[in-house]
Design a protein around this ligand. Structure first.
Ligand code: HEC
Length: 112
């Protein structure tokens, strides 16, 4: 596939496809594994985003995720760096990664 890229400043993060039905285990957890669990793991920074613990850590008491309401969820604010420290701290995610997480939350944040 031919794409054109411009690397004038920081390399822009690749946009990713958004599936019709977002799977927590197949679509979301791999993002945590890739970009978050170096810091967010058991006995380290909350929330614990490792596979065995992340779903409960995010959804318990609506602490980080409010099912059906991405805009009000603190996880969404962390990914935007608006009203919370930007996550991941090093570089803001591509719009499509944030949109994927938002779509999962707005679909009711299923543990699928
Ligand atoms: C380099 C280490 C590091 C990485 C990588 C990282 N975080 Fe964090 N995260 C932190 C630290 C430290 C805090 C504590 C709060 C702060 O910095 O203000 C935190 C806090 C948070 C919080 C809680 C914010 C709050 O208001 O309570 C969330 C949610 C979060 N991170 C999500 C993520 C997600 C999702 C990723 C991956 C996309 C990620 N983090 C990647 C270090 C990291």
């Amino acid at each position: 596939m031919a794409t054109s890229c411009y690397y004038d400043e920081m390399p822009v993060e690749a946009e990713i496809p958004i599936p019709d039905v977002v799977s927590y285990s197949k679509d979301i957890q791999p993002l945590w594994d890739q970009d978050c669990i170096s810091c967010h793991k058991p006995t380290a920074t909350s929330p614990d985003l490792t596979a065995a613990n992340s779903y409960l850590a995010l959804t318990k008491n609506n602490k980080y995720v409010i099912p059906g309401n991405a805009a009000a969820s603190s996880l969404h604010k962390s990914l935007l760096g608006e009203g919370a420290a930007l996550m991941p701290p090093a570089q803001k995610w591509s719009d499509s990664k944030i949109a994927l997480v938002d779509k999962w939350i707005n679909a009711g944040a299923p543990n699928n």
